[in-house]
Design a protein around this ligand. Structure first.
Ligand SMILES: [Zn+2]
Length: 188
């Protein structure tokens, strides 16, 4: 005599587990000392695209080491791979407010003679304490060249569109150096 089938319909893991992956690895959220891979587009308030990685290699950076503008870094905390977001960053948290006292007019012969000087070109100079600082040409008027230590995008609100691609923990060496090693990072 056949035994009756058990009436119980208690869930069993086996059939579902065979049909689909039940346990995916934990996604790491963006936090200090994590290496983040992302695509971004930076649009200024006039609608112009100042910079973007979409269509090219993504940006790879070490989070929490001021490798990107502070306002964007702050708004990325807790984001996960796959997240898409818009981040509006005021100038003060971007490339800084424009400081007119950070400007200087110098004679043409302060620059290498063979270089054709154009607005927006960057050079480096030394501060009184010996530190190297970047400067940008702001105006060219004959022999008088105005240089500015303000970043060309200072005073501007930055509108970022971001797609987070990957997040991983930084290695001890990356943390010590303050930057990413390997693909998209430093090779040394
Ligand atoms: Zn390094």
């Amino acid at each position: 005599m056949p035994s009756p089938r058990p009436a119980s319909t208690a869930p069993s893991l086996a059939p579902a587990a065979a049909a689909a992956t039940l346990f995916a690895p934990m996604k790491l959220a963006i936090a200090d000392d994590h290496v983040v891979t992302l695509h971004y587009r930076l649009t200024l308030d006039d609608g112009s695209i100042a910079d973007q990685s979409f269509g090219g290699d993504p940006l790879v950076y070490l989070h929490g080491h001021r490798n990107i503008v502070p306002g964007l870094e702050r708004q990325l905390i807790g984001r996960l791979p796959g997240d898409k977001l818009e981040a509006v960053v005021p100038a003060a948290e971007g490339y800084g407010e424009y400081d007119p006292t950070n400007e200087q007019t110098v004679p043409r012969n302060a620059f290498p003679p063979e270089v054709e000087l154009k607005v927006g070109m960057s050079f480096q100079t030394r501060a009184r304490n010996g530190q190297t600082i970047p400067v940008w040409i702001r105006a060219v008027a004959g022999d008088q060249i105005t240089v500015s230590a303000n970043h060309p995008m200072s005073g501007q609100r930055l509108n970022f569109q971001v797609e987070v691609l990957e997040v991983r923990r930084a290695t001890a060496e990356e943390k010590k150096h303050g930057h990413v090693h390997g693909p998209g990072g430093h090779h040394h």
